[in-house]
Design a protein around this ligand. Structure first.
Ligand SMILES: Nc1ncnc2c1ncn2[C@@H]1O[C@H](COP(=O)(O)OP(=O)(O)OP(=O)(O)O)[C@@H](O)[C@H]1O
Ligand code: SF4
Ligand SMILES: [Mg+2]
Length: 339
């Protein structure tokens, strides 16, 4: 895979990650009773042929309602889930089918930051040990002392005191714990951080501090992010480009400025209109109507059941994600009647 391709705007530079045709689904096991009744099994179609690329040094976001497949996409890209089909190129190599040994260097280069800083840190380990663990596991230090020195430097970078290394996670606030989660991710000097809702469990007052920290680290370390969030104001604050997901499909892609200022897909437009009415309880935008079930995908456009622009063609033909040239930049949209 070449680093620069025809659909790459010059300013975006080198491709770090490219996902092509990624598919993920979950087969629900039948209960004993269902088997006795001769019922057919069911399949949740979580990710349905997703394509996107992330350039070196950029923040690329996946946005969409709860259940649209953001986390499943991320977990499949990092091989926490095995892809059912599709390719995941990282620095030009398809890592989708690598065995665990071959995958090891990529586990170092791609790290995750999780949503819940309360659940993602082992409560029995001191935070210094939590941060040192990946350094030792990936043999990135020649001795325990050297690993400790690296860990202390990471504490400096994330704004914690060195003498806090011997404390346990419960002695820290939510924001501090997320800093620790970020330090653990940085410990292997990754190229890509996959951050799945990294601030949505935090108080609003702390969210900006964590986002600013992540952006500062990106500047200093040439880091790229795959950033997942349902909160559009958070995404707007950090993202270079974004993809909007709906029912396991990407329906629109473009720079933050383009998509927020002039959405082309009716779902994106609805999502942006609904943004001020974010449901605080479920922390997701509330849209009128229900999305179709991922157990049974519609033959045509996935958004047709809720779309104000629907035409008969929409229910028959699924619109592919196609390029739309706009003043030199490349946007993509999956809609028969965009704009
Ligand atoms: N392990 C699993 N087994 C069965 N179904 C699953 C599993 N994980 C996810 N799903 C289903 O896959 C679909 C996509 O889920 P996913 O968690 O990726 O959505 P999401 O966009 O991350 O949502 P949220 O914003 O709520 O985190 C949903 O229908 C979900 O119920
Ligand atoms: S293809 Fe049709 S139903 Fe789907 S988003 Fe576009 S106009 Fe709406
Ligand atoms: Mg999720």
């Amino acid at each position: 895979m070449s680093d620069k391709t025809v659909d790459t705007p010059e300013f975006l530079g080198e491709t770090l990650l490219e996902v092509r045709g990624l598919v993920q689904y979950f087969d629900r096991p039948l209960s004993w009773l269902e088997r006795c009744l001769g019922r057919a099994g069911s399949r949740v179609h979580a990710v349905n042929g997703v394509d996107f690329r992330i350039f070196r040094g950029e923040v690329f976001s996946l946005v969409g309602e709860s259940g649209c497949g953001k986390s499943t996409t991320a977990r499949t890209v990092v091989r926490l889930l095995e892809p059912k089909s599709g390719q995941v190129f990282f620095e030009g190599r398809d890592i989708a089918q690598l065995d665990s040994q071959e995958m090891m260097p990529y586990r170092r280069k791609i790290q995750m930051v999780f949503q819940n800083p309360y659940a993602s840190l082992d409560p029995r380990q001191k935070i210094g040990d939590i941060i040192m663990e990946p350094i030792l596991f990936h043999k990135l230090a020649t001795s325990r002392d050297e690993a400790r020195e690296q860990m202390l430097r990471l504490l400096d970078r994330i704004g914690l005191q060195r003498d806090q290394a011997d404390r346990y996670p419960h002695q820290f606030s939510g924001g501090q714990r997320q800093r620790i989660g970020i330090a653990r991710a940085l410990a292997t000097n990754p190229k890509l951080i996959v951050a799945d809702e990294p601030v949505s469990a935090l108080d609003v007052s702390v969210q900006a501090q964590i986002l600013n920290l992540m952006m500062d680290l990106r500047e200093s370390g040439r880091l790229s992010y795959l950033f997942i969030a349902h909160d559009l104001s958070v995404v707007r604050h950090v993202t270079d480009r974004l993809a909007i997901m709906y029912l396991g499909f990407i329906v629109e892609e473009g720079t933050g400025e383009e998509v927020f200022e002039r959405p082309l897909h009716p779902y994106t437009a609805t999502l942006l209109e609904a943004a001020p009415a974010i449901d605080k309880k479920f922390l997701h935008p509330v849209l009128p109507g229900d999305a179709p079930s991922p157990l049974s995908l519609p033959p045509g456009c996935a958004f047709a059941s809720r779309c104000p622009r629907r035409e008969p063609q929409c229910e028959r033909e699924r619109p592919p994600l196609r390029r739309v040239e706009e003043s030199g930049a490349v946007r993509k949209v999956a809609c028969h009647f965009p704009g």
